[in-house]
Design a protein around this ligand. Structure first.
Ligand code: ATP
Length: 913
């Protein structure tokens, strides 16, 4: 905002504060309102629908918008949810004091900056999800990453290959990412779509960051955390801590440790796998409906729910860890009654992690402390319930539980049973907790009677029966003694006023009592506030132990949740070993089986993959047959097994998988300006470049987004590559509409054909949903299209075209014949330069235009559609138009698909579509 010479002191103060918080909306407390000025005012009036007015600022007309201070709780979260950083500037002294000190203006300062990634505000936090702020710093090809959820106290760092960053970020869905300003306008890959916050370059200096971390943890090095060597990530961690400290303006005592997040400990799921397997977000609505987590989440606590998300997004790779979890789930699966009681106890445990964070940051109220106490009270019962358990994981989690009895006691002694939400109005602390408080409360309640008692006491002490206590505005409470009794007045009385018949006195004790009576109410709430803060500080000393309990409770909750779902949905314990096999008997899709219409059974299927014998399965079958579901359920079963979860199958043996890749259906990068085909090829390239012989690859209809010949060639060549390159010879399920790929079985040792069975009955397709050996001989695509309601003419013409194509079948069964011919084709793929498919793949992916164009000679021209007869003799402009189009159509160059599209266009022309 422009500053002007005649600007008011208030605006001067505003401008000074505003300048310290660039990039934030500044809510400026003036009396009972939060005001905003200039651009901020325009922003909030737009975002919150608040009326915009003008303020005369020394001649300038400054836009102004404000709201009552008590609406902060409503408006602040709304602004932050819309992606704004909001600084709250409060009056930091009592206006009365400022006036008394003859100050022109009350002191003000920013007390908190709330941003999407850094907040303790419950209205901004999802209780079942972590809210992460990230910082990233690059050095050469290495990315240093740090992340923190200040609402739980988690703080971690990692160093990774910069190319892995994108996938890493999708694991955490950061709410905000901090970057150095120098990257503005020159952003590295993988940061699209996130809220980015740019920080001054100097913050990203190693020396500064390292020192900041040491100061915060009060250590001499970071060795104790095992992160001393991660110097690039330390920069990110320091920058993040700097930002959090700047924003929170409160103690960050609950951030007690930093740990190195070891990406390599977890199974890698590429971004497309996370999306396509619908682990925590559904493809369609983006919510959790229809996701794996929605099925598996039977957790009873918020901490457990958050932990389960982590487990699902990060399946394990270490056999021992996986088996430990599976054994623990099995133990709770078998112990029905204990599990039920455990669930009842857990249900009563509040969000310990977020409670202790708020308590440590000084943002908790008395209800939070009571909630903490009630939650802690449930911990020993949980421990008792698990007493007889022998699973090593449960034993170690159980040993991590401690009820913190003395802390419970202290809170119980201090805080009343049902405290109010406000900390300023008293009524929080039990009388028995503080002698001083008891006294004050007593005085406040019985003020008058108290004075009367003093009068009695004084009469007794002095023997003056007519002694009276009175009050006036000039010197407050006084003692009045008639002149008759002057001699009996003790020396301690101080004379204040002489009347005709009497003298008025005060005493230090009386003044003390007066002070107490008059300000009792006020003092009571102040004292309660002080006592509360004292207690809060004491409680925050327990942050580490509470976090430890929270972590154990979260894991116990996850285990019982997995046991409960296994019980509810009839899952079995998978065998996980380091074999090369994936052997699933009677596998089901955990989500689809729960969402089929009533009475429609889910048909289980077997899958057997072995890197050494049956490495690559080609799955054919008509549209809608169930190919995608088989792919997805295999991915989900493997993932669930390595999460430590029972699986929807009769039996499952899973040889450890290091990474799951999927290339399924259309992707959502179209908005980013990439074509379906390019996205598909980028994903394929990613798979071929990163898969290992321990991976699981799920390919669904690769090559769809281009012409039949290109698509088939790419699919064929991809399959060959996956089979022939020992480094990527991963277990692969390859669903395809290209029946030609079935030829691969006879050509390559470890390729096996399967198809999803259908039956044809009176021209209709009946889906059997059963995966059986052998290739499908028939697509039924046209029948399925008919079932979808395409006009009959289109369907019958399509059948005609198909018939002709089949007659002149492209004989690519001769692998050295037509396919080689295809290989000579153009370089459509390799010339796009973006999708870096390995060379053999790209070369084979050419288009053979000659072959394509010859198709039109094999398909006879379509007979005029019957509707034309209707136009009859008289020239009709519409019919003429259509005829003209037909005349101009060059059937020699038209592909079958274009022929179909052309037909559709004609039908549209005559209003039939
Ligand atoms: N095993 C099964 N038991 C019961 N219903 C199933 C089964 N598998 C699939 N379905 C149902 O069939 C629908 C289609 O399955 P899916 O998407 O796997 O077919 P597809 O063969 O991949 O089809 P397209 O080739 O058109 O993509 C599913 O949405 C589901 O409702």
């Amino acid at each position: 905002m422009k500053s002007s010479k005649s600007e008011t002191p208030l605006m001067r103060q505003y401008n000074q504060i505003k300048a310290r918080y660039p990039g934030t909306v500044l809510l400026f407390r003036v009396g009972d309102f939060y005001e905003t000025f200039a651009d901020d005012a325009i922003t909030i009036s737009k975002e919150l629908g608040i009326t915009l007015t003008k303020r005369n600022n020394g001649g300038d007309q400054t836009p102004l918008a404000g709201f009552p201070h008590h609406s902060l709780d409503t408006y602040l979260p709304r602004l932050v949810k819309r992606g704004h950083r909001v600084a709250v500037c409060d009056q930091t002294e009592d206006p009365a004091e400022a006036k008394a000190a003859k100050k022109k203006i009350v002191d003000r300062d920013v007390t908190e900056v709330v941003t999407p990634g850094v907040t303790l505000n419950e209205k901004l936090l999802e209780h079942k999800q972590n809210n992460y702020a990230f910082a990233v710093h690059w050095s050469g090809s290495t990315a240093g990453v740090a992340f923190s959820d200040i609402s739980t106290g988690e703080f971690a760092l990692a160093q990774l290959d910069a190319r892995e960053l994108k996938s890493f970020l999708t694991l955490f869905a950061p709410a905000e990412i901090l970057l150095s300003k120098k990257l503005k306008g020159n952003l590295p890959d993988g940061l699209d779509g996130y809220m980015l916050t740019y920080q001054e370059e100097w913050i990203f200096e190693h020396d500064y960051c390292y020192q900041l971390l040491l100061d915060h943890f009060q250590t001499h090095s970071l060795k104790g955390f095992g992160v001393e060597e991660l110097t690039i990530a330390q920069v990110a961690a320091g920058a993040l801590l700097h930002y959090i400290k700047e924003n929170q303006k409160a103690s960050l005592g609950h951030i007690r440790r930093i740990y190195a997040f070891e990406n390599s400990h977890f199974m890698m799921l590429d971004a497309s796998t996370k999306r396509n397997l619908e682990l925590t977000a559904s493809l369609q609505q983006g919510g959790t409906e229809g996701t794996l987590i929605s099925i598996l989440d039977e957790t009873q606590t918020a901490m457990g729910a958050r932990e389960l998300r982590k487990w699902i997004m990060r399946p394990l790779k270490n056999l021992r860890d996986i088996r430990r979890r599976l054994d623990a789930v099995e133990a709770l699966f078998k112990a029905h009654e204990i599990r039920n009681s455990l669930r009842d106890e857990l249900e009563q445990i509040g969000d310990l992690e977020r409670l202790i964070s708020r308590i440590s940051a000084g943002r908790a109220n008395a209800r939070d402390l009571t909630q903490l106490r009630l939650s802690l009270e449930r911990i020993l019962p949980v421990k008792m319930l698990l007493q007889k358990q022998e699973s090593p994981l449960i034993v170690s989690l159980r040993d991590g539980l401690s009820g913190l009895i003395e802390l419970q006691e202290r809170i119980r002694e201090a805080i009343v049973d049902d405290p109010p939400a406000s900390l300023r109005d008293g009524g929080i602390i039990r009388e028995s907790y503080s002698e001083e408080l008891r006294e004050i409360r007593d005085i406040a309640r019985n003020g008058k009677r108290y004075i009367a008692d003093i009068q009695k006491q004084l009469i007794q002490e002095t023997g003056i029966n007519s002694l009276k206590l009175g009050y006036n505005k000039v010197f407050g409470y006084y003692i009045e003694v008639t002149k008759v009794h002057q001699e009996k007045v003790p020396d301690t009385f101080i004379r204040k006023q002489t009347l005709v018949n009497a003298e008025r006195y005060i005493t230090p004790e009386l003044k003390e009592i007066e002070e107490k009576v008059l300000s009792a109410e006020e003092r009571m709430s102040t004292l309660e506030y002080e006592l509360f803060n004292e207690l809060r500080m004491q409680v925050s000393e327990y942050a580490e132990q509470i976090q430890q309990n929270a972590a154990s409770i979260a894991a116990i909750d996850c285990l019982q949740s997995l046991a409960e779902t296994a019980f509810l949905f009839n899952y079995v314990k998978p065998e996980v070993d380091d074999s090369t096999v994936i052997d699933i008997k009677g596998g089901r899709h955990p989500v689809v089986e729960r969402s089929l219409p009533l009475g429609e059974p889910f048909i289980p299927n077997d899958i057997f993959l072995d890197t050494e014998t049956e490495q690559l399965i080609i799955i054919t079958g008509p549209n809608m047959a169930g190919k995608s579901i088989i792919l997805r359920q295999t991915g989900l079963i493997v993932l669930m097994a390595q999460v430590g979860c029972f699986v929807p199958a009769q039996h499952a043996r899973i040889g450890l998988v290091d990474k799951i890749f999927t290339r399924v259906g259309a992707s959502d990068n179209l908005a980013a300006g990439e074509s379906t085909f390019l996205v598909e090829m980028n994903e394929a390239a990613n798979i071929l470049n990163n898969a290992t012989d321990k991976s699981l690859i799920l390919l669904d209809e690769v090559g769809r987004g281009t012409s039949t010949f290109d698509g088939l060639s790419i699919a064929w060549s991809l399959a060959e590559y996956l089979h022939n390159q020992p480094s990527v010879a991963a277990r692969t399920l390859f669903a395809t509409h290209y029946h030609e790929l079935n030829e691969l079985e006879s050509m390559y040792e470890r390729v096996v054909n399967f198809n999803v069975q259908v039956k044809e009955h009176e021209g209709k397709v009946i889906f059997m949903r059963k995966l059986v050996k052998g290739g499908a001989d028939h697509s039924y695509g046209i029948q399925v299209a008919g079932m979808a309601g395409l006009p009959k003419v289109v369907i019958s013409r399509a059948q005609e075209i198909l018939h002709n194509l089949e007659q002149h079948s492209l004989d690519i069964t001769n692998k050295h014949g037509k396919l080689n011919e295809l290989r000579e084709g153009d370089e459509k793929l390799s010339s796009n330069g973006t999708a870096s498919l390995p060379e053999t793949g790209a070369a084979a992916a050419g288009t053979r235009k000659k072959a394509a164009s010859s198709l039109s000679q094999k398909i006879p021209k379509q007979q005029p559609l019957p509707q034309f007869d209707l136009f009859g003799g008289a020239p009709d402009p519409q019919a003429e138009k259509i005829k003209e189009k037909l005349r101009q159509a060059d059937l020699n160059t038209m592909t079958p698909i274009n022929a179909m599209l052309f037909l559709v266009e004609l039908k549209k022309e005559i209003g039939q579509l």
